[in-house]
Write a protein that binds this ligand. Structure first.
Ligand code: UDP
Length: 318
């Protein structure tokens, strides 16, 4: 039975990956210090044979008994509110945590996958963003703690690949959403949905003309499965190129939840000074090398996500 280690396994993305590989017949060891992850994300997996959750901070020396076939490094605070609140932990898990996870993969001769991010492109001057773009990141800005940690992580992964011949994969994940996101993680999507469901106005930062491209979790998991099974060592963008302004997106959420709440413009918080003004993945590489393309429309994905958040708020669909 193949064995897969998922750091950040109790997080939003990590928990879906644990489930994916468990269903495929792997033994899955989730490692998470529950800083931003939640045990309830994997509660439904805990009784299943082959699944275990180890509560541990992966910035420390990482030991796993027995053979390991894959190490997927997904541990990190990932929403701006979280990494602004946890700047040092974010830098540590992206640097020291990646080093420990790579060390584990090397010791076990396992395949390694790094969860990188569209944030490596910073506030991009090239649009849409291909993997060949080197980015526009402010190292000393508030977001630098996440962006630079992930950029360092990518460099470290390539060094392990080149120096040790480790089998490595790097995915640059664009905004992803779906069930098990935290309602209060501060990101626009859960924030807007939470506000709409509570009957509060939606808080749009700035003029709302900044764009994002939201991809549904199931498409991401499909892309990651393909990337791991491939021999592609260079970074691969995984995201849905369907780009939308934050204002239009807020309007979409208002309409989807019954149209009873308004939209309130807020001054961009000072920590959002480097907020990327535009973001859309160029997915040609994933399409040509992995045969991957996103299948879930935003309307469909939002419907499913809304159902999840309604459940958490104890609401039923009207
Ligand atoms: N945003 C907003 N209202 C909020 C939270 C975020 O308008 O209550 C904006 C934010 O300024 C950014 C966009 O929504 O331009 C997406 O931010 P998010 O935190 O979702 O993630 P990011 O893509 O920046 O990591």
């Amino acid at each position: 039975m193949p064995r897969t280690v998922v750091t950040g396994g109790a997080g939003f993305l990590g928990s879906h990956l644990c489930e994916h590989f468990l269903v495929k017949g792997h033994e899955v060891i989730a490692i998470d210090n529950l800083l931003t992850g939640r045990e309830e994300n994997v509660a439904h997996l805990l009784g299943r044979p082959g699944f275990s959750l180890v509560k541990y901070d992966v910035t420390n020396y990482l030991a796993v008994e027995g053979p390991v076939d894959q190490v997927l490094h997904f541990a990190s605070p990932a929403s701006p509110v979280d990494y602004l609140r946890l700047p040092i932990q974010t830098l540590k898990v992206g640097s020291l945590g990646t080093h420990k996870a790579l060390g584990l993969a090397l010791a076990k001769k396992a395949r390694f996958l790094l969860a990188s991010t569209s944030e490596v492109y910073g506030d991009p001057a090239v649009h849409p963003q291909p993997e060949s773009y080197w980015g526009n990141v402010n190292p000393v800005g508030y977001r630098g703690v996440y962006d630079e940690a992930k950029r360092f992580a990518e460099a470290l992964v390539m060094a392990y690949h080149r120096a040790h011949g480790l089998q490595t994969r790097i995915v640059r994940i664009f905004n992803t959403y779906g069930p098990r996101m935290r309602l209060n993680d501060g990101r626009a999507l859960p924030t807007f949905i939470g506000q709409a469901l509570r009957g509060e106005p939606l808080t749009v930062y700035g003029d709302g003309m900044q764009t994002r491209s939201f991809g549904y979790i199931d498409d991401l998991v499909d892309g990651l499965g393909r990337l791991l099974a491939s021999d592609v060592t260079e970074p691969v963008n995984i995201g849905n190129p369907d780009e939308v302004t934050m204002l239009d997106f807020a309007k979409e959420i208002v309409a989807l939840t019954g149209g009873r709440v308004g939209i309130e413009f807020r001054k961009l918080p000072p920590e959002y000074a480097d907020d990327p003004k535009q973001r859309r993945p160029d997915i040609s590489r994933a399409q040509s090398l992995l045969g991957w393309t996103p299948r879930t429309t935003r309307a469909e994905g939002l419907k499913r996500t809304l159902g999840y958040f309604r459940g958490r708020l104890g609401q039923t669909a009207p």
